[in-house]
Every structure is written in C-alpha cells, then in structure tokens.
Design a protein around this ligand. Sequence first.
Ligand code: PHE
Length: 455
Amino acid sequence: MGQSEKGITPSRGSFASRFGIIAAAAGSAIGLGNIWRFPYLTGQNGGAAFLLVYLLFIIGIGIPVMLSEFVLGRATQRNPVGAFKMLEPGKPWFLVGFMGVLAAFVILAFYGAVAGWTMEYLANSVTNAFSGKTTEEIATMFDTFLAHGYRPVFWQLFFMFLTALIVWAGVEKGIEKYAKVLTPMLLVIVLLLDFKALTLEGGTPGLQFLFSPDFSKLSSNSILEALGQAFFSLSIGMGTLITYGSYIRKSENLPKSAVIVSFSDTLVAVLAGVAIFPAVFAFGIAPGSGPELVFKTLPMIFQQMTGGMVFAALFFILLLVAALTSSISILEVVVVYAMEELRWGRKKATLIATLVVSFFGVICALSWSKTASWIIFDKNVFDLFDFAASNILLPLGGLFIVIYLGWFYGKGRVWREISNRGTLSARFLHVYMFVVKYVAPVAIAAVFLHGFGVF
Ligand code: PHE
C-alpha cells in the first residue's frame, strides 16, 4: 500500500500529535449534541433515569463502538465505504459505509439549522437583545425567529459556508488546529455557567430532576432516545470515527483515546445539564419544551450574571466553534468518500456535498415557518431528520460495525490494532471481544425493536 514511516499512506493527511487526535475526535464528539440535544432530550424524557440509561449506553455500547471504528479506520486507511470494500471485496458490507454517508447528509442538514440558531443568538448577545426581557418575552423571541423564514435560512447557509471552508483546506490545516484550542475553552465557560446556575434561587429542583431518578418516567421510546443520543453525541455509527481513525498514527493508543474522548464528551453533556436544569426550574420553563429548551433557558441565566452580555457572546462563539468542529467531521465523511471512491478532488467533493446538504438544510431551517412546515409521520422535516438519523441510522450502523468486528474481522487483527502489534498491553481484549460479539449487538437490537414496539 506504500506506507510512509508513520504508517499512513502518503497521499492522505494525518493528525500530527497525540493531543491532535484526541482533540479532533473530541472536537467531533463535543458539539450541539452535548449542549443543545442532550438537555432537551433529558428534559423530555424525565431527567435522571434517562441520564442513567444514557450513561450505561455510553459505557456498554458507545466506547466499544468507538474503538471498533478507530480499529477499522486505522487498519484500512480508508473512508467507511472503502474500508469495507477493502476488507470484504464483493460482499454487501460496504453498504454499512453507504448508510454512514447517508446519515452524514441527514445529520448535517438539521445540524446546520441549529448551528444557525446559535449564530442568531450570538448576534443577539452582541447587541444586548436579551437585556431586561422576561422569561415569556425571551421565549417569544425564539419562536418569532423560527417562524421568521429567511433569517434561520441565512444563518444556516452561512454556517455551511464556514464548514465547507475548513473542510476545503484539508485535515491538518483545518480540523486539528481549531479543535486543539477551542474545545478546552468551551469546557471552561460551561463550568462558569454551572457555577452561576448552582447559585440561582429556586434551582435545586433542577438538580433533583437531573440526578434523582424516577424510573416510572421512562418509556420504551425514552430508552431508544437514550441510545440514539449516545450514538449522536459520541459521533459514532456512521463512520466519522472510521474516517478520523484513518488519520491516526500507528503509534497511538486507540483504546485509551476512545476512553478519553467518550469521557470528555459525557462530562460536557452532564455539565451542560447542570447549567441548564436549575435555570429551567428557577425560571419556570417546561423541561419538556423540546429543541428550543436551551435557547429559551440560557439567555435567562446570562441576564442574571454580572457582565452577562460578555459571557453570552463568549458562550455562543464557543458553541458555534464546537458545532463547527463537529460539522466538519460530518462533512469530511462525505468528502473523503467522494475523493477515494469517486476519484473527485477535495474541492469538487466539498462543493457538491455542501450544495446538496444545504438544500435539505434549508428545508430543516424552514420547518417552523409557513413556507415549508410539512408534516411527515407526525413530525416536521427537522424533527424527522433528527429522529431518523439518531434513532435509526446511527444505531443500525453501530450494530453492523460491532457485528463485523466481533464475528468477521478476526480476533488476531483486532489484537494487532489495539495493542499496536504487541507494543501495548491488551489484557482487556477478551472482554472487548465479548462485548462486540454479544453484549453490544444484542443490546442495540433489543432497544431498537423495543423502541419500535416489536416487543
Ligand atoms: N457528536 C456531535 C455532537 O454532539 C454530532 C455528530 C454526530 C458528529 C455524528 C459526527 C457524527 O454535536
């Protein structure tokens, strides 16, 4: 295959440092999924019990799937479709990769819309638009914005433009540089918000909601939502981390990276919850409000802070960057697929993928306006995309990935990747193989069938 000394095919980029890969993968994982999606789902699904199930899925399914993706990516040095084609020529396994490419389109369409909302809120922060408003007025502000039509679309397109710009520049120059500095900064500002939220009067029920479980609030759909959120938040099930895995040097410790990335991702989600739920209760916002929860809650916290306008602006900038380091990892899947399988240039691939995603993105951004408020299966297009990607495409992708690794790839090859050809200890190999062979596939299949009412 013509490998260079780093073990990377010369024509492909690679991450230059240990911190680079962890930062880039954590940059992909940490994003709107932690700060927007996790709180809103936790709110809708009754709080602590949902959090507990979510944590279980992260540990029992999420980390093993992430490691499996790193293994397949680094071993094959390919995009998700190419990886399966190389490993299993002439067999239908490459369809798993295609499903990932499809998921990338679906996710990026609504992800760009939400990222657009953060840009509107950044603009609002800078112009001090939240100042002196009541909870009611802040809520109306968001609803009016969503119903507005062209503003959400404008921001969504602007965000896609930024995403495309970075992906256009390529791996080393783009992804790694941004992720390294800005992801840790986001953590700091979320901690500041936590501190403020914990001192809010009337916020304690929020902490109870988040940490004291009431299992009667869990429906079978909640369990599916928790699984979907684990996949979404960790960026797994669609080959993002196969793609990033293909940029990891042969000397990196894959299991350790998977654990660090999953842990940081989960930490940010929980800390976001700690910031948001006390405020939800203190200001009398309904925890089950849905996708708008965070956008109606956070401005209220900022309002209560001295120098709130500055914090608000800083927060929305960092959230925007977190969204960018995730969106580039999604677009990268499509672009590398087109480059390697269709032999397109990076620029052509970026341009065409961005145009297609943006088309669907506009429809998502318009979901609350009169122009395109179509209802399909009881959901608007935005909710439908969100649901289908996270709760169907990602878990299904993850299911096939672990089945492949557990039953077809071979223990010897798994050992080679996770021990770096015997240079690292891999004592947990048996446990890991047991999980990917039995535990994870059975759990994913069971949650899936249960969630869709099969049993
Ligand atoms: N994990 C990202 C987030 O939490 C979203 C994402 C999903 C990124 C799937 C890549 C693949 O925001």
